[in-house]
Design a protein. Structure first.
Ligand code: GAR
Length: 194
């Protein structure tokens, strides 16, 4: 069984989808750590409710990214983590973590990358007036949402849509897609033989 860590900075609805998929057996993995850079957010409650250990920290209490990533790395090693899923972790990953986990760390982003990288991807899409945006799961590299794309799903944008409408549509797609992609990445041979 592979051990995964989920990184989140907010509500953690994607984290919840991963928890649910583990509990139903759709995703064969154990979540051995939540890493969260925002004390007080709902993702932490979700971890507590499901008995998942968490490492919660405030980046501003560290001298730099290397210092907090060094501590994250220790926690990942203690939790024997094999694979990392970023789920709304709103921070660039630095070399301390990338050197250990490149190729074993993925992210979900609410646009059809390379369109609308970075913050507020849904707002960027509405601003651009597109009639389609989407969801991308990609490997993490040292850029802002630039790593190799694994899977993408398109989501329509309608004329009178607000950010909330699009966000809801995107979340529904994300919650279904992310656990499935993680299962494929963690169990590639089984997918091929089916
Ligand atoms: C998700 O929509 C995710 O794609 C996005 O943050 C949201 C987190 O929601 N991530 C990014 O924008 C990364 N650049 P959640 O906390 O409810 O899972």
């Amino acid at each position: 069984m592979k051990n995964i860590a989920v990184f989140a900075s907010g509500s953690g609805s994607n984290f919840q989808a991963i928890i649910d998929a583990v509990e139903t057996g759709e995703l064969e993995a154990e979540i051995t750590l939540l890493v969260c850079d925002k004390p007080g957010v709902k993702a932490i409650e979700r971890a507590e409710k499901h008995g998942i250990p968490s490492f919660v920290f405030s980046p501003k209490t560290y001298v730099d990214k290397e210092a907090f990533e060094t501590e994250i790395l220790e926690k990942l090693n203690d939790a024997e983590v094999d694979f990392i899923a970023l789920a709304g972790y709103m921070r660039l990953i630095g070399p301390t973590l990338l050197n250990e986990f490149e190729g074993k760390m993925v992210n979900i982003h609410p646009s059809l990358l390379p369109e609308f990288p970075g913050k507020d991807a849904i707002g960027q899409a509405l601003e651009a007036g597109v009639n389609e945006t989407g969801v991308t799961v990609h490997y993490v590299d040292n850029g802002m949402d630039t790593g190799p794309i694994i899977e993408q799903v398109a989501v329509p944008v309608y004329e009178d849509d607000t950010q909330n409408h699009v966000r809801k549509r995107i979340h529904e797609v994300e919650h279904e897609l992310y656990p499935k992609v993680l299962q494929k990445l963690l169990h590639p041979a089984e997918v091929n033989s089916n």
